[in-house]
Design a protein around this ligand. Structure first.
Ligand code: GRF
Length: 216
């Protein structure tokens, strides 16, 4: 068994990605070990998922802080209680300060529901439909100071159907998110994935700008 890789997951909502990450660690040969789940919202269902899996669940409500810096400083202190090698953002609906991002440089991953660099920000499924895109998907990337702009690790492509609504498309993209996030976490935990000067590195080779691309 390789050395365990302690992970802290941050979320604000349902946590279906968290569930996929938890499930992926149940097999026994995955070195990723989710030590804690932290939410800025006490009512996030993801916290229940963590408790159900016997994982420590903590709440740090941003409303109790004056400004982003103060909240992020407290958040860093809470995360660091668990000494994680990796911090995973799984639907954490907060913009992070530059200090926070720098503190976890090279060990902070995010998942975004579009084929980045397309559709940074919100309402990605509707925007892909409005643009008439034939393909949509999701991306895992290292987090840098540029919002949704860090080096890509892996992307999954989803074909857009003529009858798709934002909801039906979101559902299929979500299905792919649940495949690629556990994959990226595992690569990192196994020491195969890192952030280099020029971008993401997998097994000693620089990944292409799109990251590892998975097509249907
Ligand atoms: C996902 O769509 C993810 O791409 C985005 O936030 C959403 C979280 O969904 N960053 P869930 O809470 O994991 O179901």
């Amino acid at each position: 068994m390789p050395t365990p890789c302690d992970v802290v997951v941050l979320l604000s909502g349902t946590g279906s990605n968290l569930q996929a990450l938890i499930d992926s660690t149940q097999g026994g040969d995955n070195p990723a070990r989710i030590r804690a789940v932290i939410s800025n919202r006490a009512d996030a269902y993801g916290l229940q998922r963590a408790r159900d899996a016997g994982i420590e669940a903590r709440v740090l409500d941003h409303k109790g802080f004056e400004g982003r810096e103060a909240f992020d400083t407290a958040l860093m202190a809470l995360i660091d209680e668990f000494s994680p090698k990796l911090v995973v953002l799984a639907g954490f609906m907060r913009i992070l300060s530059a200090d926070f991002v720098r503190h976890y440089q090279g060990r902070l991953l995010n998942i975004h529901p579009s084929l980045l660099p397309k559709y940074k920000g919100l309402h990605t499924h509707q925007r892909a439909l409005d643009a008439g895109d034939r393909e949509h998907g999701c991306s895992v990337h290292f987090v840098t100071e540029e919002l949704d702009g860090g080096p890509l690790v892996v992307q999954a492509v989803v074909a857009v159907e003529l009858a798709d609504t934002a909801q039906s498309l979101a559902q299929r993209v979500h299905g792919q998110e649940h495949q690629i996030y556990p994959l990226a976490m595992r690569w990192f935990a196994e020491g195969r994935l890192s952030l280099g000067e020029q971008g993401a590195i997998l097994d000693g080779q620089p990944l292409p700008a799109s990251g590892h691309l998975i097509r249907p």
